[in-house]
Design a binder for this molecule. Structure first.
Ligand code: SF4
Length: 623
């Protein structure tokens, strides 16, 4: 049996750190590998030939040699997952849908997949493998019981090119004892944390060590959901590294009550955890109570963050605006909290209701869901939640302003200053060699600090002036994160969509004017669609002979559209002569920086001569 497992491309978000990946870390393609697929591969019978394609780092194959194709996905990947399922199914492949979104909403996949795997895979995937081998796969495999993580095999890391990822994920536990109203984790994994054995973790660490991985991310829902088990694991991790004289740089996700347990914090330090992501959500106690995030109300948030810093552990934070108790003043308080806490990786999102969560059910009853909003990325300029104490447009516009205020050079420097005042010597020395560190530093200086002008340079040196020598890597890292978020904000929060259409129409008019000659000859067709709540789309169909001059000028015009608006571009390649290939390639190279907003549709007969990297551009499959 030949099985192909595909992780669809994630739309770009704050989490992608695209600027950092493109400018400073050129060997890396994305942040984390698809751990779920590597685990699924390990659950397959040994005789199966399994391949994993992660579309975030490589192009999907259009005619793979496979008997079964499994496609996973989170909510943000649903659109691409649906496209891939439909494409492969139409070509006659047997397709299986899985992942967290299929687990939450299996009914959405009824007409898309031959089989849907909903829920934790450890038992039901093995059952599917048995059934498909005898030719009797069922339509739905749904896990309704409790999965023991001791039955989870070590992921097949060997099927992934781990050098393409900034950090490699592994998992110790699933589930979280808390009950935040917006959270889908507890809907999927329950409130009783389950853990793997230390022997299982040892095996996974051995595999990562053999692959020379240093940055390791425990993607647990809440690493300290079961504190006793977490402490036991931390002691084990500390001893493991000493025993093997091998340093990992660990990171994880945990709840804020981590700050209230000094023994736990000391163990985090001894086990060499460099950072922890914490859902802080709001500076307002009423909003925290409303969303049942009581664990964040028990101690002052700022002191808790600083207490974690005092153990040398960096804090990354999640923040939400749009709770029922939030007013327009909340935006200023969020700004103050984020700035004063010094959290550089501050993921601020609009409250978004994920289907099946208590929040979704409540808002549905109250008639407060936006029907035609279907993105689960909560960092977009919109959400499916109608706020209570402010207008929808006002909330979105204030959110946009907040994001811009957080990425000024001054704010990036202020946050570094506010952090390193409390951050003690980190437990882990850099896992990079001095040569690698120097390379990154030079790229930061040449690729970002010098071109950023005197203001950026001044703020960089201002933040550096406060740092003790051991903290200089933290300053450099925070500038990479800060500039990455700045780049994202500049490209994605250009203007609310409605207003962005005006300049987009202007660009379209100038584009039409510049290329009128080709349109008259029938070699080109240009149109412009506007979609509510979405960026406008400039569509260009290449239908005949286009000379070299066209490609050069089109690249310049299209770059202007992408730089100056939030619009997307779709290139329909209906005809292309062999000799035009290299001109098209040059055009695409210039647009690749904006690849997430460029859709490329290639007529089936031309797919053999034009290769479009679907990990860079949105390759339209239904064309
Ligand atoms: S602490 Fe985090 S994982 Fe736990 S319920 Fe709240 S949001 Fe979900």
């Amino acid at each position: 049996m030949r099985l192909l497992l595909v992780n669809p491309k994630c739309p770009e978000s704050y989490w992608s750190f695209k600027w950092a990946v493109d400018t400073v870390l050129p060997d890396i393609r994305t942040t984390t590998p698809p751990l779920g697929l590597a685990t699924l591969a390990a659950l397959c019978p040994e005789s199966w030939e399994v391949t994993i394609v992660d579309e975030n780092v490589e192009s999907v194959p259009l005619a793979p040699s496979a008997d079964v194709i499994g496609i996973c996905g989170m909510g943000v990947q649903f659109a691409r997952q649906r496209e891939l399922l439909t494409f492969y199914r139409k070509k006659g492949y047997f397709v299986v849908a899985g992942g967290s979104y299929a687990s939450l909403c299996p009914e959405l996949y009824d007409s898309l997949a031959d089989t849907v795997v909903a829920g934790e895979a450890e038992y039901i995937w093995r059952e599917f493998c048995r059934d498909v081998a005898i030719g009797k796969p069922k339509k739905l495999y749904r896990e309704t019981g409790v999965v023991s993580l001791t039955d989870s095999p070590a992921p097949r890391f060997d099927l992934l090119d781990l050098t393409k990822y900034q950090t490699v994920s592994l998992q110790f536990s699933r589930g979280c004892p808390f009950r935040c109203e917006f959270c889908d984790i507890i809907v999927m994994f329950g409130r009783k944390p389950r853990t793997k054995s230390l022997e299982q973790v040892r095996k996974e660490l051995d595999l990562l060590r053999a692959a020379n991985v240093r940055n390791a991310f425990f993607v647990d829902d809440n690493f300290i959901g079961n504190k006793r088990a977490a402490k036991e694991l931390l002691r084990f991790l500390r001893d493991y590294q000493r025993e093997h004289d091998y340093r990992f740089r660990f990171g994880t996700e945990a709840s804020l009550n981590l700050a209230h347990d000094d023994e736990l914090l000391a163990l985090f330090r001894e086990a060499e955890f460099a950072w922890v992501f914490i859902g802080i959500e709001s500076p307002d106690e009423d909003s925290l109570r409303e969303t049942r995030k009581f664990q964040n109300t028990r101690q002052d948030i700022l002191s808790s963050v600083r207490h974690i810093y005092s153990y040398g552990i960096d804090v990354l934070g999640g923040f939400i605006v749009g709770f029922d108790h939030d007013t327009i003043d909340t935006f200023e308080r969020q700004y103050q909290l984020i700035t004063t806490s010094g959290i550089q990786t501050a993921m601020v999102g609009l409250l978004t209701a994920v289907p099946k969560t208590p929040l979704y059910e409540r808002l549905a009853k109250e008639g407060r869901l936006v029907a035609d909003w279907n993105s689960s990325d909560n960092t977009q300029l919109g959400t499916n939640v109608i706020p209570k104490q402010m207008g929808y447009d006002e909330m979105v516009s204030r959110y946009q302003t907040l994001q811009h205020r957080l990425v000024t050079h001054r704010n990036i420097a202020d946050r570094i200053k506010n952090k390193i005042r409390y951050l003690t010597k980190p437990p882990v020395k850099s896992v990079m060699t001095p040569r690698e560190q120097l390379r990154i530093f030079v790229r930061l200086v040449v690729g970002a600090l010098l071109p950023g002008g005197i203001g950026r340079l001044f703020q960089f040196f201002r933040s550096l002036a406060f740092a003790r020598p051991r903290l200089i890597p933290v300053v450099v890292e925070d500038w990479i994160v800060g500039l990455s978020m700045r780049d994202y904000a500049e490209r994605h929060y250009v203007a609310p969509v409605e207003r962005a259409r005006e300049p987009a129409r202007g660009y379209l008019r100038s584009f039409e004017k510049a290329f009128r000659h080709y349109v008259h000859e029938g070699a080109l067709e240009i149109s412009f669609d506007e979609v509510r709540h979405a960026a406008a789309n400039l569509s260009i169909s290449m239908k005949g002979w286009l000379d070299r001059r066209f490609f050069t000028r089109a690249a310049r015009h299209l770059e202007q559209v992408l730089e100056g608006t939030t619009s997307c571009i779709t290139l329909h390649i209906e005809e292309l002569h062999e000799t035009q290939r290299r001109h098209l390639k040059r055009l695409l190279d210039r647009l690749s920086r904006y690849g997430d907003r460029v859709h490329v549709a290639v007529r089936e007969e031309l797919r053999g001569i034009i290769e479009i990297d679907s990990s860079v551009f949105n390759l339209v499959l239904d064309f």
